[in-house]
Design a binder for this molecule. Structure first.
Ligand SMILES: Cc1cc2nc3c(=O)[nH]c(=O)nc-3n(C[C@H](O)[C@H](O)[C@H](O)COP(=O)(O)OP(=O)(O)OC[C@H]3O[C@@H](n4cnc5c(N)ncnc54)[C@H](O)[C@@H]3O)c2cc1C
Length: 386
C-alpha cells in the first residue's frame, strides 16, 4: 500500500488498530459487492449496524461510549472507507460529523442522551438538511422556516440533495426561526412525523452507492425542545461542515490511493508489445506523478490532524485541503482509468467508479470554486462573494 513518505511509522497503536479494522472491513464487506451496488444504485444498508459496532461513527467525539480516538485515527478511518467507496465514507461522515457532532456540540443533555448512543451504534440513521433547491452554494439565503406555536414548532420548506435522507430516522434541519427574527437554527426532526417525506433521487450518475434524497417538510409539528439550544446563525451548519470537510480531505486520499494501487498492479500484469505496460516510460511517468500527488495529499491531511488535535485548525485550512485533495483524487482517478484501457470503463475495476464519485465530492460540502474563494479571501482580505 502506498506510503512513500513513511507516514505510518509515526502512528500509535490505537491509530494502527482503527486503520487496520477499517481496511479489513472494506476488503471483506465493501469490495466484494460495491460494483454491483454502484450499478443498481443502492446503498448497502446491511452495513449500517456493522459500522456502528466497529465504532465508525464519530469515534473522535468525547463521552457517550465513544472510543474518543485521535483526529489522525479518525482521518485514517475516513481514508480507508473512501478507498472502498465515497458512498460508504459519506454515510459515515454524515452520521458522525453532520448529525452526531451538532447534537454533541449544540444539543441539550436530553437530546444527547436520546440520540448519540443510537446513532453511534447505527441503530438510528441521521441526515443533514441544509441545501435547498434554490440555495446551494449560498445556504445563508435559505427559505425553510420554523414558527413557534406554544410548545411546538411548525416547519415548512424543501431541502434537496440530502445524503441518507431516504434511510434516515432523524434529520438535522437548518431553518429560519421566524419567532426569533429569522435566525438560522437547527431542529431535530424525526422522519416519521406527519408532513415529512424523503423521496430518493434516482437518476444520479455519481455516488450511486449512496442514498440521496430530498427532505420535504409540510406543516411538520415538532416539540419546541427539538430545537438545538446552543447555536444560532450560520455558525451552526458551517461548523458542522468544517468537521465533515476535514474527513473529506482524508477520504479523498483513500479514493486516490485505491485508484493508484489498481493502476499500478494492472500496469505490471497487462502485457502489450511483448511485456508489461509498466515498462514504458509514459506509464511510469503517470505512476510517479500519481504517487507524488497522493503523498502530498497525505502530508496535508496529517498536518490538518495535528492542527485539529491541538485546537488550532482554521476552517480556511480545511478548505485548502478539501479543495486540493479532492481535485487530486479526481485527476488520479482519471489517469488510473486511462491506464486500464477498455477494462477501465467497467465496474470490475474501481477507478471509473471513484472518478464518477469524485464529481460529487468535488461539488458537495462547498464546491471547488467556493473553497477557492474562501482561501482567496483569507489570503487577500477581500471577499469575492458574500
Ligand atoms: C450526491 C450529493 C450529496 C449531497 N449531500 C448533501 C447533504 O447531505 N446535505 C446538504 O445539505 N447538501 C448536500 N449536497 C448538496 C451540495 O452541498 C450542493 O450541491 C453544493 O453546495 C452546490 O450547490 P448547488 O448544487 O446548488 O450548485 P450551485 O450553488 O448552483 O453552483 C453551480 C455552479 O456555480 C458555481 N458558483 C456558485 N457560486 C459561485 C460564486 N460565488 N463564484 C463562482 N462560482 C460560483 C459553483 O461552484 C458551481 O460550479 C449534496 C450534493 C450531492 C450532489
Amino acid at each position: 500500500m502506498l506510503d512513500y513518505l513513511d507516514l505510518e511509522a509515526d502512528l500509535d497503536e490505537k491509530e494502527r488498530l482503527i486503520r487496520e479494522t477499517a481496511r479489513e472491513f472494506v476488503d471483506d464487506r465493501v469490495r466484494p459487492e460495491i460494483g454491483e451496488r454502484f450499478e443498481d444504485g443502492s446503498f448497502p444498508t446491511d452495513l449500517i449496524g456493522e459500522m456502528g459496532e466497529l465504532g465508525f461513527y464519530a469515534p473522535n467525539l468525547e463521552g457517550y461510549d465513544s472510543p474518543n480516538v485521535s483526529e489522525t485515527a479518525y482521518g485514517l478511518l475516513m481514508q480507508e472507507l473512501e478507498a472502498g467507496d465515497s458512498g460508504i465514507r459519506s454515510m459515515a461522515s454524515v452520521q458522525g460529523a453532520l448529525v452526531m457532532y451538532p447534537i454533541h456540540a449544540y444539543g441539550s443533555d436530553e437530546q444527547r442522551e436520546n440520540w448519540l448512543p443510537k446513532l453511534g451504534e447505527g441503530e438510528a440513521v441521521g441526515c443533514f438538511g441544509l441545501t435547498e433547491p434554490e440555495h446551494g452554494s449560498n445556504p445563508s439565503a435559505m427559505e425553510t422556516s420554523a414558527d413557534r406555536e406554544g410548545e411546538r414548532y411548525v416547519l415548512n420548506g424543501t431541502k434537496t440533495w440530502i445524503t441518507n435522507a431516504p434511510i434516515a430516522d432523524v434529520a438535522v434541519v437548518w431553518a429560519r426561526d421566524r419567532s426569533e427574527g429569522g435566525d438560522v437554527r437547527g431542529f431535530l426532526v424525526e422522519t416519521d412525523r406527519e408532513g415529512v417525506s424523503t423521496p430518493k433521487i434516482e437518476d444520479k450518475l455519481s455516488m450511486r452507492a449512496s442514498s440521496t434524497g430530498s427532505l420535504e417538510l409540510r406543516d411538520v409539528e415538532i416539540p419546541a425542545e427539538n430545537r438545538l439550544p446552543d447555536v444560532s446563525g450560520m455558525k451552526g451548519p458551517l461548523s458542522c461542515l468544517t468537521q465533515a470537510r476535514y474527513g473529506i480531505a482524508w477520504g479523498a486520499v483513500g479514493a486516490a490511493r485505491d485508484c493508484f494501487e489498481v493502476a499500478r498492479e494492472y500496469a505490471s500484469d497487462r502485457e502489450q508489445f511483448g511485456g508489461p505496460i509498466a515498462r514504458f516510460q509514459l506509464q511510469q511517468r503517470k505512476i510517479a506523478e500519481m504517487a507524488t500527488q497522493i503523498s502530498l495529499g497525505q502530508l496535508l491531511a496529517y498536518r490538518l490532524a495535528d492542527l485539529k488535535e491541538r485546537g488550532d485548525l482554521r476552517p480556511e485550512q480545511v478548505s485548502m485541503a478539501k479543495r486540493n485533495n479532492v481535485r487530486m483524487a479526481r485527476e488520479t482517478a482519471r489517469t488510473a482509468r486511462e491506464m486500464l484501457g477498455g477494462n477501465g470503463i467497467t465496474t470490475d475495476y474501481s477507478p471509473m467508479r471513484h472518478m464518477a464519485n469524485m464529481e460529487t465530492v468535488y461539488t458537495y460540502e462547498g464546491t471547488h470554486d467556493i473553497h477557492t474563494l474562501i482561501v482567496g479571501e483569507e489570503l487577500t482580505g477581500i471577499a469575492a462573494f458574500e
